[in-house]
Design a protein around this ligand. Structure first.
Ligand code: ASP
Length: 588
């Protein structure tokens, strides 16, 4: 037997027992010939003491131990000398007095200290197997395991069947850019790595599976950002003969169980709901953080006759004027004003008008253009008081909402607004637009994906080409300003799907080439169906309160999409290239 106990098992009640432990040397202290080591395994630590007078050989060998050597020790559990107990360790009352030491393997000097705060992430990723020995990393993996386990149990209880779908699939425009895999057997042809099991899960519904789920890997060749990764994991599910409400209730129950099991937190259900329109109007975001107020207030009516050209011009062109009150932030510094102005500009605004309320006075170049009734409306609807900072947006509705939404979040950071991670503010955002117009490409794109069902009452609008007015039967679930999942009721009729593809600029021949499988399947009695996918990685960031998404993944790529541990991507041999019928062109 390698060990009789783990390193987190022995207590005072075990004093006198003969035990065998195995693990890593977490630290070694030499107290004038007596050697202490902290022996660590996955479960915890136990202090082991080597006394030369009791076993000279073991003590001498212990002398030469280094951090992270792997050892096995035999010895007797003893009470620690009074006053030396370590209340921070579960095993802190006892120590094991070693009679034998077996060195199972040596460790080279470490590239970084495991108990230090290592800021060089690339170093941690290069030696990820060492990084994983650190307790917070192990804890994150355990939490991930719990999340997966609870999910499987819960969905099983509700009759969902776990089905694996292919990773090597077909390139189809679903939303994200795909990774392509060249085929050896079919020269010049490519598989695409599945960006989500979307089409397969719909085909499973046509296949009569009725309730499917999968803890699914999805691959998206996106430029990595703070909370984006190229290889993500989703709780993916789909069901037949259901409505939006069924999915919402199912997911609320699942999230409540996940948070209970991983954080011991009670989540209140049902979650509040906002339509996309309301979320944008009031918070300037389709994933608003509801832990703080600072709502956007519309002043379009109040400024209809404004003397201030910027406001008047925006309104005359069919736009809106909105404002937020950053309470008590009149003391904003010039640097912060510049930062917010740049943020507004990079979000599509031409500038950022604001008023500081200081010493009973409204300070701003725009104040001279404001009439008394306008001021009174602002004062009343924004509850303006001494020390406040009012920030304005004027222009097209969507731009103004987006700009002020970003300002709202940034102001919350700058004001140090309390945003407690344990304050769990869940929210459903409903009734998204079905499509969004891309001015640069001069075409309509699907807001979620092309299989999303328009709201029944909006189908005539789709048929009439009034795309901007069509709402989708789509829903996103948001937690504390982060979109943790999204889904929809799907189109299950071939003719409606064909119309939807056409609206997205996919002509009939291309539809057949790209989506023949789906359109054909819809001819054979496809049931009404819908589903959702929850992003496990982002969910775990929130559960574990970890700002870095890579810290909840065992072997992530770095922030530039590179795998430092395996050194991938990497060049391959000429032979491999030949087999794949590929030739690498020299960079120009
Ligand atoms: N397939 C979608 C996604 O990955 C989710 C869904 O519509 O169920 O975002």
């Amino acid at each position: 037997m390698y060990r009789t106990h783990t390193c987190n098992e022995l207590r005072s009640s075990d004093i006198g027992r003969h035990v065998t432990l195995a693990g890593w040397v977490a630290s070694r202290r030499d107290h004038g010939g007596v050697i202490f080591i902290d022996l660590r395994d996955r479960e915890g630590r136990t202090q082991v003491v080597f006394r030369p007078e009791l076993s000279a050989g073991a003590a001498e060998a212990a002398h030469a131990l280094h951090d992270e050597d792997v050892v096995q020790i035999r010895g007797e559990v003893a009470e620690r000398i009074p006053g030396t107990a370590n209340p921070k360790l579960d095993t802190g009352e006892i120590e094991v007095v070693a009679s034998e030491l077996i060195i199972l393997n040596r460790s080279a000097p470490l590239p970084f200290q495991l108990d230090a705060n290592v800021t060089n992430e690339d170093l941690r990723l290069t030696y990820r197997y060492l990084d994983l020995r650190r307790p917070p990393m192990l804890q994150n993996l355990r939490t991930r395991h719990t999340l997966n386990r609870v999910t499987r149990d819960y969905l099983d209880r509700y009759g969902f069947i776990e089905v694996e779908t292919p990773i090597l699939s077909k390139s189809t425009p679903e939303g994200a850019r795909e990774f392509l895999v060249p085929s050896r057997l079919y020269p010049g042809q490519f598989y695409a790595l599945s960006q989500s099991p979307q089409q397969f899960k719909q085909l499973l519904m046509v296949g009569g599976i009725e309730r499917y789920y999968q803890i699914a890997k999805c691959f998206r060749d996106e430029d990595p950002r703070a909370d984006r990764i190229t290889e993500l994991t989703q709780i993916d599910l789909e069901a037949s003969f259901i409505e939006r409400e069924d999915i919402i209730r199912l997911v609320e129950g699942l999230l409540a169980e996940i948070f209970r099991a991983t954080r011991g937190a009670e989540v209140a259900t049902p979650f509040p709901r906002l339509t996309y329109r309301e979320a944008m109007d009031r918070f300037g975001s389709d994933k608003p953080d509801m832990r703080f107020g600072v709502e956007l207030v519309d002043f379009s009516e109040a400024f209809r006759e404004s003397q201030f050209k910027v406001f008047r011009g925006a309104l005359d062109q069919g736009g809106v004027v909105k404002a937020i009150n950053a309470k008590g932030f009149a003391g904003i510094t010039a640097g912060q004003v510049e930062e917010l102005t740049n943020l507004a500009k990079s979000s599509g605004a031409r500038g950022l008008a604001f008023i500081k309320v200081e010493n009973g006075e409204w300070k701003s170049p725009i104040v001279k253009f404001l009439g008394e009734p306008e001021k009174a409306t602002l004062r009343e609807r924004l509850a303006i008081e001494e020390g406040d900072l009012i920030l304005f947006g004027a222009g097209q509705w969507e731009t103004v909402c987006t700009v002020l939404g970003r300002i709202r979040s940034r102001v919350a950071d700058l004001c140090g607004l309390e945003r407690d991670p344990s304050d769990l503010k869940f929210l459903w955002v409903l009734d998204f637009p079905l499509m969004a117009y891309d001015a640069a490409e001069n075409k309509w794109n699907a807001m979620h994906h092309p299989f999303t069902r328009p709201k029944t009452e909006d189908i005539p609008l789709l048929e009439r080409g009034e795309y901007d007015k069509v709402r989708a039967e789509a829903y996103d679930v948001v937690l504390n300003g982060v979109e943790i999942g999204g889904g929809s009721i799907r189109i299950h009729e071939g003719d409606l799907q064909t119309k939807q593809f056409a609206a997205l600029g996919i002509p009939p021949e291309a539809q057949q080439k790209l989506f023949r499988h789906l359109l054909e399947a819809f001819r054979y009695g496809a049931p009404p169906h819908g589903g959702i996918a929850l992003g496990i990685d982002r969910l775990l960031m929130l559960i574990t309160d970890t700002p870095n998404i890579r810290d909840v993944i065992a072997f992530p790529k770095n922030s530039r999409g590179f795998d430092l541990l395996m050194e991938a991507p990497s060049a391959v041999s000429d032979r491999q290239l030949r087999e794949l019928h590929l030739q690498i062109r020299k960079r120009q």
